[in-house]
Design a protein. Structure first.
Length: 189
């Protein structure tokens, strides 16, 4: 065996271990899937999901599993918790509840702060409400858009937050298409 072949492993090891803090593993993007809760069984109050909502929750679970979701955030209302339940149950994840009380911008900032503090570099599902989805997307650094109208349930907003803080937004849909009235269609973005 030549001296080079004997010394090369030692030289390589000394380079790797002589500067223990010189290698920093790459930081990955944080991916946040933001959706509105699925269809509800009544017009107001803390109502459960309808049959259509339960089907949408199952569709969301499949999409979120394929996206590699590692954490789930909901509000205290049963419609958000039930929307996330099929995914959380299949992955063995206990959703973090961030209560939606007080001003919407404050709630959105609290959700974004929780993601940055606890889930940086992960893929997170956030289940919100028609009036919080856009605010949460904006709090994560992506462009804001008008609130969702009451009939919109099929939007999936993916916010990709780079390690340096910039964010980009990908809009898509999941599950059965929402049935939209003319009033809602007039609000189209």
């Amino acid at each position: 065996m030549t001296p080079f072949k004997l010394l090369f492993p030692l030289a390589l090891a000394s380079l790797l271990f002589s500067q223990p803090n010189s290698f920093t593993p790459p930081v990955t993007d944080t991916v946040v899937l933001v959706v509105r809760h699925a269809e509800k069984s009544g017009p107001s109050g803390d109502v459960p999901l309808s049959a259509a909502g339960e089907a949408r929750a199952q569709a969301l679970a499949e999409v979120a599993r394929q996206a590699g979701v590692q954490a789930v955030i909901t509000t205290q209302f049963q419609r958000t918790r039930q929307t996330a339940a099929p995914l959380a149950s299949s992955l063995g994840i206990r959703p973090q509840v961030i209560e939606a009380r007080g001003p919407v911008p404050e709630h959105a900032r609290e959700v974004a702060a929780a993601i940055r503090a606890r889930h940086a570099g992960q893929t997170v599902l956030v289940v919100g409400h028609s009036n919080t989805v856009s605010a949460i997307v904006a709090a994560l650094g992506a462009p804001a858009f008008p609130d969702l109208c009451d009939e919109e349930y099929d939007h999936l907003y993916t916010v990709i937050v780079a390690s340096e803080g910039s964010a980009r937004l990908v809009r898509s849909r999941f599950g059965a298409p929402s049935t939209i009235t003319a009033t809602c269609a007039a609000m189209a973005r």
